[in-house]
Design a protein around this ligand. Structure first.
Ligand SMILES: Cc1ncc(COP(=O)(O)O)c(C=O)c1O
Length: 477
């Protein structure tokens, strides 16, 4: 399948019609044949001439463009509202705004950030079921209408603080198969929904739809099917109270990298038929999602430098003296200049496993040692990896960590005075061109390579767009 020239319908029109400029995104365009990985190498070479070998990121914003095209192809009926909490770097959100994404904001500050990009409030969902009253008032004053709820207290607050809220009832899911469950904190039970809908009616509130989140890093696509079917029940239940609901929000939970058992397309292959069954395309229900990790995880590579090292020599017992070679006798502790109080907070908060890649490839016969890797702070908790196998590295050597874009920079701190790494944003020229085209002309519709266009049900503008099919092919390759 590739992309060809008709607006894909569920995607929101682009943010502006103005020409984009790389400086706004703080990004360097990559010369032909040059990749984000080459950028990592170049930065390492440049910093190796001085003493300051600070940790740094390279973020390939072109990866976000690819993800956006991939999303449109895999979930043509679902408009993405990027979950800002996952990574709120300004270049990231600006890129997604330029591509026409909507945004899931959890707070006033996140709403302000997205507003500052010129994104219309209709492209924001305030997707935090438990909100501070003053922040609801802010949303009201700024035209943000869509917001989630899962309790009566929230309904009372919204009735008091928002003139014109369009409420979305968040339901709980069975997220026991997800790495980061969320329904322990949010989501009404199906049983509880009836009372909430009744209360909303009594308060003359407008409930326009249902949302759910299957938990971040969902490992069982059947969770989506069950949640979509549950949402259908709530839509039907709402009719009893006179609500004709029109929005389904299928949340997040999608993987953001390829090092996972369950691939994105394996999940969407389950979601699409469920949507068609419970929410057919001609049923007048708009479908959105709140992907976070999906968009940003693979775009970021983190480079850290070894700042210290300890060699631990095992005490030999007489019995195994002969068997022990040198690699068994020694283990290494490497100390690097970013840790769990910085980018690697994902180990604590996101249950991430972070394994390094050597910047300089080891020789084929190089001895490998059992190692642990530690962050720079004075806390014993600051451990990045307990066991990994690495050669005998030296101070000043670099380690790379891939897929570091989700739930990393967003929650990192400066504890002990260690600064968050600089981020170098890059994008290939074809990706830049593609983003500009999407920004000015809208998303291309997916079409079957073999046959005529299989354009999703139309609800948006139609325009003939000279779309770079080859460009898309290259981007998706
Ligand atoms: C309400 C809500 N929406 C979306 C997301 C993003 O989820 P993910 O990164 O799994 O796509 C989260 C993550 O916690 C969330 O709480």
């Amino acid at each position: 399948m590739l992309f060809k020239g008709v607006f894909v319908t569920p995607f929101i029109p682009p943010v502006t019609m103005k020409t984009l400029c790389p400086a706004e995104f703080n990004l360097s365009l990559l010369e032909e044949g040059f990749t984000a990985r080459d950028s990592v190498d170049q930065t390492i070479i440049e910093s190796s001439t001085g003493d300051d070998r600070d940790a740094f990121y390279v973020c390939d914003l072109g990866d976000l463009v690819k993800k956006h095209l991939r999303w449109a192809r895999a979930l043509p009926r679902v408009t993405p509202f990027y979950a800002v909490k996952c990574n709120n770097s300004i270049s990231v959100v600006r890129t997604l705004a330029s591509l026409g994404c909507g945004f899931d904001c959890a707070s006033k500050a996140e709403i302000q950030q997205i507003e500052s990009l010129g994104v219309a409030p209709s492209r924001i969902i305030y997707a935090n079921p438990c909100k501070q009253a003053s922040q609801i008032k802010y949303a009201s004053a700024h035209g943000v209408q869509k917001m989630t709820f899962d309790s009566e207290v929230e309904l009372l607050k919204v009735a008091r603080c928002h003139e014109n809220a369009k409420l979305v009832l968040r339901i709980a899911t069975d997220d026991s198969n997800s790495v980061c469950p969320l329904s322990v904190k949010f989501g009404a039970t199906l049983k509880g929904c009836r009372g909430l809908l009744q209360r909303a009616k009594e308060l003359s509130l407008d409930v326009i739809g249902v949302s759910f989140h299957v938990g971040s890093m969902c490992r069982d696509p059947a969770t989506y099917t069950q949640a979509i079917s549950d949402a259908r029940c709530v839509f039907d239940m709402a009719e009893e109270f006179g609500y004709k609901m029109s929005l389904l929000d299928i949340g997040g939970g999608f993987p953001g990298s390829e090092d996972v058992k369950l691939k994105f397309e394996e999940i969407t292959a389950i979601i699409n038929p469920a949507l068609d069954k419970y929410f057919p395309a001609d049923g007048g229900v708009r479908i959105i999602a709140e992907p976070g990790r999906y968009y940003v995880a693979s775009a970021y590579t983190l480079a850290v430098n070894i700042i210290s090292k300890k060699v631990i020599v095992k005490e030999q017992s007489p019995s195994n003296e002969e068997e022990d070679d040198e690699t068994n006798e020694k283990t290494m502790m490497y100390y690097v200049n970013d840790g769990v109080y910085g980018s690697f907070n994902c180990i604590l908060y996101d249950h991430a496993e972070c394994l390094p890649i050597l910047h300089t490839k080891p020789k084929p016969d190089e001895a490998m040692y059992t190692c642990s890797i530690w962050g720079p702070t004075c806390d014993g908790l600051d451990r990045i990896a307990e066991y990994c196998s690495l050669p005998d590295l030296q101070m000043g050597d670099w380690l790379l960590f891939e897929n570091m874009g989700a739930y990393t920079v967003a929650a990192s701190s400066n504890f002990n005075g260690f600064a968050t790494p600089d981020i170098h944003y890059v994008m290939s020229r074809p990706a830049w061109k593609c983003m500009q085209q999407i920004n000015t002309q809208g998303m291309p519709a997916p079409v079957d390579e073999a046959g005529p266009a299989c354009v999703a049900a139309s609800c948006g503008s139609e325009s003939a767009v000279e779309l770079p099919a080859k460009l898309h092919q290259n981007l998706l390759a």
